[in-house]
Design a protein around this ligand. Structure first.
Ligand code: NAD
Ligand code: IPM
Ligand code: MN
Length: 357
């Protein structure tokens, strides 16, 4: 029997609620598909700060490095916002991504048929949406140096640096090419090269690398236009290739095409070594502890983990089908409710999904 060791980081806010569902789902899948999954739970984020004084303890990072894959819920809370930056839960997340060299963040945006009416946009506009945001994850303005505050000025001043070298752009472009080749072979690279030098290097490098693959059709778009086009005609996109900050913003925007940010999964990957599979959403402090969060983004992340991280394709498909069945029967969490559907709690929709597995 195949045996996997995964690390589960349930983090903060709604994290423990959606993780509980994910654990049960993984256990059922492992039984049905005949593999053994050891789920090692570790503290990470605000909760780790509370106990160890750091959001990403070495012990947690070491376990992650030794695992087959990491499943992460979400981190953060307003109560940590006044901490020194390196102590905040979000910094822990950046440290984890960087420690595992997870330069490629894959965010698939797929409309599930039964949720066509849940989108904030008209059905006709979203019905053909099936795109993937390929976001560079460990460079750009998130990590650029120098950064900080200037203290010897009259008025408060702070700054960050948006920087990429061509190697960083090349490796994420290679990932986008690989993904596009399994799909419609279209890459739209999103940048701000009309203003930023770093974006000009991005554009030139992407062109240089993609032109070596004759199957790929490349287009370029400025990020402001891309935001507009994602709302005007999102069906035009296949693979969106972009940098760290732009990818962060555009993927939350794209999430709403699917009906809820609670539906969007992601995979953070390296060319080798364990990946981190994480929903796109945050810790949703406004609904935490109420058992009303949508666990599906995390379940779809678990599905990506099964498929990409563990090669358990059938189990991943089983899970996705179970999710679709439950949604098509009209069961929804509150974020997707439209009055005609039955509103279930986080744990209830989890149980419905487990019953369909
Ligand atoms: P958020 O994604 O947590 O929440 C935005 C809105 O979406 C809220 O109204 C929330 O209730 C709702 N929402 C999010 N996930 C949901 C789900 N699964 N089901 C139902 N509704 C859901 O973003 P925010 O409010 O900007 O950030 C809150 C905290 O999360 C901050 O500390 C932020 O830094 C952190 N954050 C963490 C991650 C992560 O861990 N990967 C990602 C984004 C934000
Ligand atoms: C995400 C989040 C993170 C990011 C934050 C919490 C550091 O918003 O995963 O999209 O900006 O990458
Ligand atoms: Mn984000």
């Amino acid at each position: 029997m195949k045996k996997y060791k995964i690390v589960l980081l349930s983090g903060d806010g709604i994290g423990p609620e959606i993780s509980e569902v994910s654990k049960k789902v993984l256990k059922k899948l492992s039984k049905n598909h005949n593999f053994d999954i050891e789920i090692i739970e570790k503290l990470f984020g605000g909760i780790a700060y509370e106990k160890y004084g750091t959001p990403a303890p070495d012990e947690t990072l070491d376990q992650c490095k030794k695992s087959d894959a990491v499943l992460l819920a979400c981190v953060g809370d307003i109560k940590y916002d006044s901490l020194a930056r390196e102590l905040r839960p979000e910094s822990g997340l950046l440290k984890l991504r960087s420690a595992l060299n997870l330069f490629a963040n894959i965010r698939p945006v797929k409309i599930r048929k039964s949720l066509l009416d849940a989108s904030s946009l008209k059905k006709e506009i979203v019905e053909h949406v099936d795109l993937i945001v390929v976001r560079e994850l460990i460079g750009g303005i998130y990590f650029g140096k120098p950064r900080g505050h200037i203290t010897n000025t009259k008025i408060p001043k702070a700054f960050n640096t948006m920087v990429y070298d061509s190697n960083e752009i090349e490796r994420i472009t290679e990932i986008a090419i690989k993904i596009a080749n399994q799909r419609n072979k279209k890459i739209c690279s999103v940048d701000k090269s009309n203003v930023l030098e770093v974006s000009q290097l991005w554009r030139d490098t992407v062109l240089n690398i993609t032109s070596k693959d004759k199957n790929i059709s490349l287009s370029n778009m400025y990020v402001d236009n891309a935001a507009m086009q994602l709302v005007r005609d999102p069906g035009q996109f296949d693979v969106i290739l972009t940098s760290n900050l732009f990818g962060d913003i555009l993927s939350d925007l794209a999430a709403m095409l699917t009906g809820s940010i609670g539906m969007l999964p992601s995979a953070s990957l390296n060319n080798n070594g364990p990946g981190v599979f994480e929903p796109v959403h945050g810790s949703a402090p406004d609904i935490a502890g109420k058992n009303i969060a949508n666990p599906i983004a995390m379940l779809l992340s678990a599905s990506m983990m099964l498929k990409i991280g563990l090669n358990e394709e059938e189990a991943a498909e089983n899970l996705e089908t179970a999710i679709d069945k439950v949604l098509s029967k009209g069961f929804r969490t509150a974020d997707l409710a439209d009055g005609s559907t039955e509103v279930l709690s986080c744990s209830e929709i989890g149980d419905k999904i487990i019953n369909e597995i």
